[in-house]
Design a protein around this ligand. Structure first.
Ligand SMILES: Cc1cc2nc3c(=O)[nH]c(=O)nc-3n(C[C@H](O)[C@H](O)[C@H](O)COP(=O)(O)OP(=O)(O)OC[C@H]3O[C@@H](n4cnc5c(N)ncnc54)[C@H](O)[C@@H]3O)c2cc1C
Length: 388
């Protein structure tokens, strides 16, 4: 029986491992350095006490128990595709097929240690919560929230959670009746952050920011961070007691140590079937892969899952000796329920259309429901809705 290694236990890796195991045509081992799948989209509520840290995790042991693949908790260090070998901290593994689903690293910024990120290691969301708690205790403060871009790969930007965090902090402070004692600022180097969501969504988000008194500092390159400042290219500074910053993504460090073709930003170059260029048995999915297609495309969780499903399908068909293949290009879109603490906006964009639907109150509960659905379907305690 062919053996498939899946590296990474995020949305992409878990989806692929489940689909491969279900096929019965191969044995599957998932390798992750964390014991849990972290449901990033609902982690935005950790700093504002909207959800507990452990409610954002799904144990990989529990997922394994339900679906039956092998699980190894270890850190991948290097992949040698020319001899089908993966080097981990505690062991060396070989494979017939490998799927890279390790997520991404972050771009390095000078002084980044003076910031917190909602998109970094899961534990940082707790540090961010503590820092916000300190300001709330002081009853006043200046909060700056921003995100960066990667000029080498425009799909590596993650701005949505920054907007969500800003609106949730506003709502949280308002619920404590102390919003007037705080300044909230947003900053980003692009002149039109959020433009990839489409014109209507961007204009709506801008209006919402103004309506809730969040000031905007857009269009200036970030030079560095100081303990209480963001320094911009014109040497102006934005002063803040707390800085939440989401650096753009860059290729995972393991990929830099491996013998695989990477784009300029360090992501694995793949074809439509998610197979890594110039290889026959290496696939890359989710945030690890270079996504090609449109200048508005973003690396997202639902795309990571779709790529996981399709890579699994393509490996299964290869093992079965058929010519059937599935590609990800025709499914590219932006799909996001942008939470604002007391509602949300449903944002959609593909190559044909872009629209936004405001969902006051109910949108917030829908996103919470999606979180419950996601966790339960991974554990098999709730059936999946086709296409979700
Ligand atoms: C705060 C936040 C909010 C978001 N909101 C949304 C949203 O609303 N909608 C949406 O579609 N997307 C959203 N996203 C994006 C989405 O979460 C990512 O695109 C998705 O998580 C990518 O999945 P992945 O499996 O490729 O990578 P990851 O989720 O990053 O998973 C990578 C996995 O690899 C493991 N790993 C890493 N390095 C190693 C190593 N060396 N050895 C072994 N294992 C390793 C990690 O532990 C992890 O299990 C959000 C992201 C963040 C951070």
């Amino acid at each position: 029986m062919k053996h498939v290694l899946v590296l990474g236990g995020g949305f992409a890796g878990v989806e692929a491992a489940i689909a491969l195991q279900k096929s019965g045509v191969c044995s599957v081992t998932l390798v992750s350095d964390r014991e849990y799948l972290f449901v990033y989209p609902i982690s935005i509520w950790i700093p504002t006490h909207g959800i507990d840290f452990n409610q954002v995790q799904v144990s990989l042991y529990d997922i394994q128990k339900k679906h039956g693949f092998n699980l190894i908790i270890d850190t991948v260090q290097k992949i040698e595709s020319n001899n089908s070998t993966v080097y981990c901290s505690k062991q060396i593994l070989t494979y017939d097929f490998v799927i890279l689903a390790l997520g991404a690293n972050k771009m390095k910024h000078s002084g980044i240690e003076h910031t917190y990120s909602i998109c970094g290691k899961p534990e940082v969301s707790l540090e961010l919560r503590n820092a916000l708690d300190t300001l709330v205790k002081q009853n006043k403060g200046k909060i700056a929230i921003g995100f960066g871009g990667n000029p080498k790969d425009t799909s590596a930007v993650r701005g949505g959670p920054a907007f969500e965090f800003a609106f949730n902090v506003h709502q949280y402070l308002k619920s404590k009746r102390i919003r007037n004692n705080f300044e909230i600022h947003m900053f980003a180097p692009m002149a039109e952050p959020g433009a990839r969501m489409g014109k209507k969504a961007m204009s709506m988000v801008n209006t919402m920011l103004s309506n809730v008194g969040i000031s905007k500092h857009f269009g200036k390159k970030i030079i560095q961070f100081e303990p209480s400042n963001i320094v911009f290219e014109d040497n102006s500074k934005l002063n803040a007691d707390l800085i939440m910053f989401i650096p753009a993504s860059a290729g995972h460090e393991v990929l830099q140590q491996s013998d695989l073709p990477l784009n300029e930003a360090g992501f694995a170059i793949i074809d439509d079937t998610c197979k890594v260029k110039s290889t026959s048995n290496v696939y890359a999915i989710g945030d690890s892969a270079a996504i090609q297609g449109y200048d508005w495309i973003a690396k997202q969780g639902h795309l990571a899952e779709l790529m996981g499903k399709h890579a699994a399908f393509n490996i299964i068909q290869t093992i079965k000796g058929t010519n059937k293949r599935k590609g990800y290009h025709s499914h590219l879109n932006i799909l996001c329920v942008m939470d604002i603490g007391n509602g949300a906006a449903f944002i959609f964009r593909n190559h044909k259309r872009a629209f936004v639907i405001p969902m006051p109150i109910v949108g917030h509960w829908l996103k919470q429901l999606w979180g419950v659905y996601t966790k339960k379907t991974k554990l098999g305690t709730l059936p999946r809705i086709p296409g979700m």
